[in-house]
Design a protein around this ligand. Structure first.
Ligand code: NDP
Length: 246
């Protein structure tokens, strides 16, 4: 609690799944967490209530991650309201599966807007107001390291783009003492990829540990990268995938 007291974080896509677990985990460490969501105000309310019941502090903002100016606005509002911003977790992402020839131009553009452009502008807006010691962490995917089958090319290329973005921004923000890292989750039990679904059985065969991860297991890695203990890690991609890429 003491190591991070008074710190402020923004987590994009924090109403459900991995993002909600990250919100709860950072809040449990004394961080005030501002998080965004797309449409699901009920889920955002539930995440805020869980944080507050546990004695933490969180506030939700409706902001489409595909709208770069909306993210910049949230960062500006949070840093103005709280007087600081120490941690940015760019987690919001959407999935698109199916044959590449069936991907429409609009669907491709939407995927890029949420999964790549939104992450870039979340990171750059945050860095503008962060002090030395700031932390930028993005959520990629194990598919960025190992394309384990057909039908995910468009999604995979957005997550692979984050590898280059992370390495570049690590250099760009290093002079200011801000670290930039990427977490690659493996198949993780959320609404996006339920462990009980039919396609889960096939995914499980590719995971060395033979099981899905939990959102809390991804949050553990993010909390570590956000902590002072990770001060010498930047430009890195950390696989939290049960051995999917092994
Ligand atoms: P979920 O679909 O379960 O949850 C998505 C969250 O992001 C929700 O809070 C949702 O808000 C929010 N969100 C979605 N689109 C937008 C948007 N345009 N603007 C703002 N918020 C948005 O996803 P996961 O928790 O499973 O995934 C989180 C991240 O992890 C994603 O980047 C995903 O690609 C990545 N990932 C997930 C894996 C998995 O197996 N689950 C594996 C590898 C990577 P709302 O509630 O309003 O809809």
């Amino acid at each position: 609690m003491t190591e991070s007291i008074n710190r402020v974080a923004v987590v994009t896509g924090g109403s459900r799944g991995i993002g909600a677990a990250i919100v709860r985990r950072l809040a449990s460490k004394g961080v005030h967490v501002a998080f965004t969501y797309a449409n699901n105000g009920g889920a955002a309310e539930r995440t805020m209530a869980e944080v507050r019941e546990a004695g933490g502090s969180a506030k939700a903002y409706a902001a489409d991650a595909g709208d770069a100016s909306a993210i910049q606005d949230v960062v500006h509002r949070v840093s103005s309201e709280t007087g600081r911003l120490d941690i940015m977790v760019a987690n919001a992402g959407i999935m698109l599966a199916g044959p590449p020839g069936d991907v429409s131009i609009d669907a491709f553009d939407r995927l890029m807007a949420v999964n790549v452009r939104g992450v870039f502008f979340a990171a750059t807006a945050a860095a503008r107001v962060m002090p030395e010691g700031g932390r930028i962490i993005s959520i990629g995917s194990c598919l960025a390291e190992r394309s384990a089958g057909p039908g995910t090319t468009a999604y995979t290329l957005t997550k692979a783009a984050l590898v280059g973005m992370t390495r570049g921004l690590a250099y760009d923000f290093a002079p200011r003492g801000i670290t930039v890292n990427l977490v690659h989750p493996g198949p993780t039990d959320t609404d996006m990829n339920p462990a009980a679904s039919e396609r889960a059985a096939q995914q499980r065969t590719k995971i060395a540990l033979g099981r899905y991860g939990s959102a809390d297991e991804i949050a553990s890695a993010v909390a570590y990268l956000a902590s002072p203990a990770a001060s010498f890690i930047t430009g890195a991609a950390l696989a939290v995938d049960g051995g999917f890429a092994a």
